[in-house]
Design a protein. Structure first.
Length: 243
C-alpha cells in the first residue's frame, strides 16, 4: 500500500490491559500508550515488590520522554537502562532491580520495534498465523538457537525466566537493544505483551482469540481472561493495535 493511502493516515485502533494475575500480590508490569507520538511501550519489572514495579515505571516514563525529545528507540531504551541504574544507586527501589521492555513506533504504514529481555511483539495478518517479531534475550532462547532445546522444551524449562539482557539488571554502561522494522497495512494487528500472556497461552491460542474478537478492546480482554483461566501465574499486560 502507498503511504498516501487514506486508511494509513488514520490513527490505529488500540487497547491496553494489565492485570496482577492470580498468584502475584502486586503488578510489576508497566505500559504506555502515546498515540500522538506513535509510541507504545510494555515493560515487565524484576527485583521484587520493592524494585520491579519501580524499574518498569522508570523505564516506561524514560522511553516516552526520550522519544518525545526526538531520540530513536534503541537509544531511548539505553536512556531507560541508565535511569534505572541511577535510581538504584540513589537508593530508589532496590539494588539490582531491572525490567524488560518492548517499544513500538508507528509512522503511517511502517512500524519499528526495539526491545530488551523477553517481553514480546507479534504481528497478525488476515488469514495468517501469529508471527513473533521479537526474539527473547533469555537462557532458554540461547539453548534453542544452539539446537540444544526444542521450542516446546523451552516452554517448560526451569531456566525459562532467566534473562541474558535487561534494562538496569546488568551494571553495564549501555545495553544492547535489538531492533526490527517492517510494513503493516489495513486489517493487520500488532501485539505487545509481557510473558504473563505467552507463558500461559500458545501462539495459536493467542492468534485465534485475536481473530475471533475482531476489535482491540474485546481481543485484549479475551487474551487476559484466557491467561487467567490457565492459572494467571504472572502479571499479564497486553497492548493490541489494529491498522
Amino acid at each position: 500500500m502507498k503511504a498516501s493511502d487514506p486508511h494509513l493516515l488514520q490513527p490505529p485502533e488500540f487497547a491496553c490491559l494489565s492485570e496482577t494475575g492470580l498468584v502475584r500480590t502486586r503488578n510489576e508490569d508497566a505500559y504506555a500508550a502515546q498515540p500522538e507520538l506513535g509510541l507504545w511501550v510494555v515493560a515487565d519489572g524484576m527485583g521484587g515488590v520493592a524494585g520491579g514495579a519501580v524499574a518498569s515505571a522508570i523505564a516506561v516514563e524514560t522511553i516516552v520522554d526520550e522519544v518525545r525529545r526526538g531520540v530513536d528507540l534503541t537509544e531511548a531504551l539505553n536512556g531507560a537502562h541508565r535511569a534505572i541504574l541511577d535510581a538504584a544507586a540513589a537508593g530508589q527501589g532496590s539494588p539490582g532491580m531491572g525490567t524488560t521492555a518492548v517499544a513500538l513506533r508507528l509512522d503511517r504504514n511502517r512500524y519499528e520495534l526495539a526491545w530488551v529481555g523477553d517481553s514480546r511483539a507479534y504481528s497478525l495478518q488476515p488469514g495468517q498465523r501469529l508471527c513473533q517479531l521479537t526474539r527473547d534475550h533469555s537462557v532458554v532462547q540461547s539453548l534453542v538457537d544452539q539446537g540444544l532445546l526444542s521450542p516446546e522444551q523451552a516452554g517448560s524449562h526451569p531456566y525459562r525466566h532467566q534473562l541474558t539482557r535487561a534494562l538496569g539488571g546488568f551494571a553495564t554502561p549501555a545495553i544492547d537493544a535489538d531492533h526490527v522494522s517492517g510494513d503493516w497495512s489495513r486489517g493487520d494487528w500488532l501485539l505487545l505483551c509481557t510473558d504473563g500472556l505467552n507463558g500461559e497461552l500458545s501462539d495459536a491460542e493467542i492468534g485465534g482469540l485475536i481473530q475471533d474478537a475482531r476489535a482491540p478492546e474485546p481481543a485484549a480482554q479475551a487474551l487476559v481472561a484466557a491467561a487467567l483461566e490457565q492459572g494467571g501465574h504472572d502479571n499479564v499486560t497486553v497492548i493490541l493495535l489494529r491498522c
